[in-house]
Ligand binder design. Sequence first.
Ligand SMILES: Cc1cc2nc3c(=O)[nH]c(=O)nc-3n(C[C@H](O)[C@H](O)[C@H](O)COP(=O)(O)OP(=O)(O)OC[C@H]3O[C@@H](n4cnc5c(N)ncnc54)[C@H](O)[C@@H]3O)c2cc1C
Length: 347
Amino acid sequence: MKICILGGGLIGLAVALELRLAGAAVVVLDRGSVPAGWAAAGMIAPAAEGLAGTPLAELAFASRALWPIWAARLEEFSGQGIDYTPCGALVPAIADAAAPIEGHQWWDSTQLASAVPGLAPDVTGGWWLEKEACVDNRKVLTALRLAVERMGAEIWAGVTVTGPADPGLAAVATSAGPVAADAFVLAQGAWSGAWGLPVQPLKGQMLALESAPGWLKAIIFSKNIYLVPRRDGRIVVGATQETVGFAPGNTAGGMAGLLTAALALVPGLAAHRLLEQWWGFRPATPDAAPLIGPGPWPNLHLATGHHRNGILLAPITAQLVTRALTGGGEDPLLAAFSYRRFGTAPR
Ligand SMILES: Cc1cc2nc3c(=O)[nH]c(=O)nc-3n(C[C@H](O)[C@H](O)[C@H](O)COP(=O)(O)OP(=O)(O)OC[C@H]3O[C@@H](n4cnc5c(N)ncnc54)[C@H](O)[C@@H]3O)c2cc1C
């Protein structure tokens, strides 16, 4: 069976690897837009994101549980480290205002002070989410590309998919001519709306600050700002959420907002060097949940619309899409993620 993946970002490559391991012949078509998977913060943090109790909860917490093994396998197949770290996350309470997070431990200001340097004095405590984790998502992308190719899948870089080549979707039209396959997986991220699906870009601006390795040990996840540690000491600070289409670039307002919120939370960061700034486009859907499962053509499977949680959801997406395409059937977990929940088919 030949399966063609449309889009070689984080989700497309994760699906490609799993399908290849299941024995399918796999071709990935990617045009080389900067993927959200490169721009992301790398949090694997469904509790901090407030997903508990939402329709996405079961999928998200199941994927978080898969991450340690998925990360180890990816490192083995690629020969590259990806810095998966079960670092935990802290949701700080500012002037006592933080809704309780069920099933999690409360830290008072003394415990906080020993764990997070330089916090603002109005942080009176916080919820400690010990099972949350983070990963260097740029390293994940590099490792996925290597692993996918090492396992014998083809990546056609610089190829743009323009749509179906025929009404039955026996092939897709591309800048390199029609490409035929037995099945297609749509993984074009924020650009998936070109297929008539309800996926829009949601721009996120980010920056990174320098610190010594281990200065920040856990994710700090506040209402309007988060800080994510990297093993080399970089602290990733994010992120704006802007409905501005695919408008590129960092803006003065975006950077000012991030820095103001970060320094209000951790004044101790003021003297840290600014290392980098960047932006990316989340594949957003109207209900912030992904589109996974059969698509508007019988041989088109969807793996898109992962919104703010595509890093978190990559392992389970790859697993469930592979199961469905290799005869293992549709997992009941996916019932809530059909594109049909938004109404009639876009074709
Ligand atoms: C600022 C920011 C912070 C984030 N932080 C987190 C986080 O901490 N944790 C988390 O879980 N998620 C996070 N996310 C979300 C996560 O990054 C995305 O949900 C995820 O990367 C989506 O993966 P994807 O493969 O669907 O899309 P992408 O990674 O964007 O990949 C899409 C790919 O499709 C290709 N493509 C598009 N159109 C075509 C075409 N016509 N032809 C050929 N190729 C095409 C592109 O070149 C690209 O490589 C964040 C996102 C952003 C922007």
